[in-house]
Design a protein around this ligand. Sequence first.
Ligand code: COA
Length: 191
Amino acid sequence: MHEHLPDGGMIRKLWISETDAYRGHLLRLDRESRHRRFSGTVSDEFIAQHAGTAGELGVLVHGFFVDGTLRGAAELRSLGSVFAREGEAAFSIEQPWQSHGVGTLLLERTLLSARNRGIKSLQMHCLTENQRMQQLARKFDAELSFDFGSVVGEVDPPRSTPLSLMREAAADAHSMATAILDVQSRLFNPV
Ligand SMILES: CC(C)(COP(=O)(O)OP(=O)(O)OC[C@H]1O[C@@H](n2cnc3c(N)ncnc32)[C@H](O)[C@@H]1OP(=O)(O)O)[C@@H](O)C(=O)NCCC(=O)NCCS
């Protein structure tokens, strides 16, 4: 998968054991980004509780890591049962890494995963003033349709194909290899 990420960055799915890293990332969001991510003001306790659910069935989080630290995330949740046809996606990128194309890559990965999980309707709630998120969603307007107030996307086509499954598997394999090399290089070259 051809990706242009900021230096030292990589995208991969979070492991079930990484809810602490997810909590740390969400807590590091600046005030405005936190407000936008959760469409309102939320406490640290709320965030800790929310992050704790990231390992549950029906939740998939793609993470953007820089030198091993989680700096951005895209959360995909099935709405209803694990095999629900509806899902919800939410994005968070720490301020220094915003507007570097990371959100675009995370949305691309999330759409592929949603499609491969049979999700037909994908909701993305965002505040009306959140132009950047709306701009980002519009980049995928071939695959998404919009509603007012909150951006509500329809994943199209709704069914996975052998090619879309292969694309996700290839991205996972590439991410796993990169993650292993990343850990090794940090073990052998501690800062
Ligand atoms: C919204 C968010 C996910 C976007 O991710 P990002 O990595 O910053 O966005 P990208 O760099 O991929 O840019 C996506 C598009 O947004 C637009 N954009 C980028 N920076 C912008 C800015 N400063 N102002 C307005 N629009 C901007 C551009 O159209 C861009 O596409 P282009 O570069 O191809 O022209 C990220 O900024 C973020 O986490 N914000 C705080 C939390 C949030 O708002 N979450 C969304 C609600 S769930």
